[in-house]
Design a protein around this ligand. Structure first.
Ligand SMILES: Cc1ncc(COP(=O)(O)O)c(C=O)c1O
Length: 369
């Protein structure tokens, strides 16, 4: 029998819990509560309380969430917001859509936004910093918040990949004015389609975000401002509440897999692995992805492909500053170098210990054959 380890088995998202999902869909649909009903408000409470945030608003997806909170904060044309170049285009596009200017900076040794990069990118037009808590790991928020304070900037987070990740015991998504979490199917907490959540502590900003996500209406239905429609679907909310019950076990399993990769691959000097689960006492990572850097990356990817092992190069292998057709012209050598070497190995709860063994044997074989 040939072993096959897909990068992510999407059909299993449905098949592993099919009976539960059918009953959730039946319950929500037969109650007639499709839009902004109890399933959404219940999930919003669960999400806020889990992350330790005062409020949360369910939205259509994390990209909308970022656009909405930035609109709530109020961005003026020409306002610059500093982001990492190693993030999804959505981080940048959310800023652009609300009239601001995304300013990508290089990555640091942790592959997250470079602290030096932030400091060098600050201009009189800078209004905020939006770090991405990438791959389920929170940036050094003490330093980022200190820089923001010193320069009178706001901090917001792209926490799309990081629900449950912590820095000094504080949850991703709770460090700044607001953050967005993604529930895209392959996310650590994924649903059966698009969905997102915004976390926010300030009551006034919470009300603005709530209004913008529902046509500018307040909770009593009265129109207060211009808005849009980006509401979390009730069926997806009920599915998320169901999956939330076992969320900590999912994180535990992902951390176990990361430790297995670490134990099996750490001796290969051709690889640069991400931090192991317990290596930094300040960080608790949830491993949305297991992204490493590899010598001969393209050949390794082809070799693993021949072995029926799925791998992925994040964002199609481009940092934000490399989208020159969108007007970016920054020179970011560390990010350029990173994107020539990065690759993600399978990381999800569908893979078994023996799958991890097979992957590690194959990677080792590639470098030692
Ligand atoms: C870092 C990051 N930001 C933003 C997004 C966008 O999330 P969504 O697909 O929910 O809009 C993603 C999703 O892949 C992401 O990984």
């Amino acid at each position: 029998m040939t072993t096959k380890v897909p990068f992510f088995e999407y059909p299993r998202l449905w098949s592993d819990d099919r009976e539960e999902f059918l009953s959730i869909i039946d319950n929500v649909s037969s109650s007639g509560g499709f839009i902004l009903q109890k399933a959404v408000s219940d999930f919003e409470l669960e999400l806020a309380s889990y992350a330790g945030s005062k409020f949360s608003v369910g939205v259509g997806n994390a990209t909308d969430g970022m656009e909405i909170f930035l609109e709530g904060i109020g961005i003026n044309p020409g306002d610059e917001i500093i982001i990492s170049s190693h993030t999804m285009l959505a981080t940048a596009s959310a800023i652009k859509v609300v009239g601001g200017t995304p300013v990508p900076v290089d990555i640091g040794i942790d592959n997250l936004i470079s602290i030096q990069g932030i400091e060098e990118a600050i201009t009189p037009n800078t209004v905020g910093i939006m770090p991405t808590q990438l791959n389920g790991r929170v940036c050094n928020m003490d330093v980022i918040l200190a820089i923001a304070k010193k320069n009178n900037l706001f901090v917001v987070e792209d926490a799309a990949q990081a629900l449950g990740a912590r820095y000094k015991e504080q949850h991703a998504g709770t460090f700044g004015l607001a953050s967005a979490i993604s529930f895209y199917p392959a996310k650590v907490l994924g649903c059966l389609g698009d969905a997102g959540g915004v976390l926010v502590n300030d009551k006034d900003l919470y009300h603005k975000i709530y209004q913008i996500h529902d046509h500018g209406r307040g909770m009593d239905g009265e129109v207060i401002r211009w808005g849009r429609n980006s509401r979390l679907d009730n069926i997806q909310a009920a599915i998320l509440s169901f999956k939330f019950k076992t969320y900590d076990n999912v994180i535990k399993r992902r951390r176990e897999i990361a430790q297995m990769y670490q134990d099996r691959l750490e001796l290969l000097e051709e690889l640069q692995l991400p931090p192991a689960p317990d290596v930094d006492s300040d960080n608790f990572d949830v491993y949305q992805n297991y992204e490493l850097q590899a010598d001969n990356r393209d050949d390794l990817k082809n070799y693993l492909n021949q072995k029926n092992i799925g791998t992925l190069i994040q964002w199609g292998g481009k940092g934000i500053h490399q989208f020159t057709q969108l007007g970016f012209n920054q020179v970011l050598p560390d990010t350029d170098k990173f994107f020539k070497r990065c690759i993600m190995l399978p990381m999800n709860i569908f893979i078994s210990d023996s799958d991890v063994d097979y992957i590690c044997d194959s990677v080792t074989e590639f470098y030692r054959k």
